[in-house]
Design a protein around this ligand. Structure first.
Ligand SMILES: C[S@@+](CC[C@H](N)C(=O)[O-])C[C@H]1O[C@@H](n2cnc3c(N)ncnc32)[C@H](O)[C@@H]1O
Length: 225
C-alpha cells in the first residue's frame, strides 16, 4: 500500500467523522428531524450509501413527487405503502412536510441490508413509520390496506404491469421510472412518458409528467389501478 493510499484512507475516515459532525450541527441549527435522521444514519451505519440516496437529483425527484402528490391527491393519508423504498428517504420527506397529515408509512424493500438504515433515518418519526424486508411481488396488498401505494423504483422491476395487477382494484398509486438505460440495475427503463403510460396502463390518471435532469429524464404517473 502506498503512502498516498494511506493519506486518502485517512481523509475518507476524517470525512466520515466530519459529515457526521456537520449533519448533527445542521440538525441542531435547523431543528430538522430529517437532517437529524441523516446524521443518525451516518453515525450508526457508515456503510450505507446515504450520500447517493440523498443527492440533489434524488432529492429533486422526491420533492417533485411530494408536491404533485399534494396538488393532485391532497394532504391526508391513513396508510402509505412504499415499495422498493431503499433507505426510506421519501417517507422522511413526507413526515418532514407539515402540510401533510399521514397516519402511517410502511417502506418495503427486498434488500435485507436497507431495513435497519430506513429505520435509523426515520428514527424521529418511528411512531408512524415502519420498514420491512420483502419482495414487492410477494406482498398481500389487501392485507396491507394502504390508501396510497408508492413505487419510485419502477425502473428496477422486471414486470411493472404484473406487479400493478397484484393491487386491489381502485388503489391509488404514485409511480416513477426513468430513461437512464446505462445503469446496469435499471432493467425496465422507458424511453419517454408515453412508453411509461403504456407500460403502467393505469385505470385512471390524475398526473403524468417528466422531469429533465442532466443525465436522464424521470417520469411520474399518479392515478389508480
Ligand atoms: C436504487 S433503489 C431506489 C431508486 C429509485 N429511483 C428511488 O430513489 O426511489 C431501488 C430499490 O428497489 C429495490 N427493489 C428491487 N426489486 C425489488 C422487489 N422485487 N421488491 C422490493 N424491492 C425491490 C432494491 O433493493 C433497491 O433498494
Amino acid at each position: 500500500m502506498t503512502n498516498t493510499t494511506h493519506v486518502n484512507q485517512a481523509r475518507q475516515i476524517d470525512w466520515h467523522d466530519a459529515a457526521f459532525d456537520l449533519t448533527r450541527g445542521l440538525a441542531a441549527y435547523t431543528g430538522s428531524d430529517l437532517v437529524a435522521g441523516i446524521a443518525n444514519v451516518i453515525g450508526k451505519h457508515p456503510q450505507a450509501d446515504i450520500g447517493n440516496a440523498f443527492n440533489h437529483k434524488q432529492v429533486a425527484s422526491k420533492v417533485w413527487a411530494r408536491q404533485q402528490l399534494y396538488d393532485n391527491l391532497g394532504p391526508s393519508y391513513r396508510r402509505i405503502l412504499v415499495v422498493g423504498g431503499w433507505y426510506g428517504i421519501l417517507p422522511a420527506m413526507l413526515f418532514d412536510d407539515a402540510r401533510f397529515e399521514i397516519g402511517r408509512i410502511v417502506s418495503c424493500d427486498i434488500d435485507p441490508d436497507v431495513e435497519i438504515v430506513a429505520k435509523a433515518l426515520n428514527r424521529p418519526f418511528l411512531e408512524r413509520f415502519d420498514a420491512m424486508t420483502a419482495d414487492m411481488y410477494a406482498l398481500d396488498y389487501a392485507a396491507q390496506d394502504a390508501d396510497l401505494v408508492i413505487n419510485t423504483s419502477c425502473e428496477h422491476i422486471a414486470d411493472l404491469r404484473g406487479w400493478l395487477a397484484l393491487l386491489p382494484r381502485g388503489t391509488r398509486v404514485l409511480l416513477q421510472s426513468n430513461d437512464y438505460f446505462s445503469e446496469p440495475t435499471h432493467i425496465s427503463c422507458v424511453p419517454d412518458l408515453d412508453a411509461f403510460r403504456a407500460q403502467a396502463n393505469l385505470a385512471s390518471e390524475v398526473f403524468a409528467g417528466a422531469l429533465k435532469t442532466k443525465n436522464y429524464t424521470r417520469f411520474m404517473l399518479i392515478g389508480s389501478v
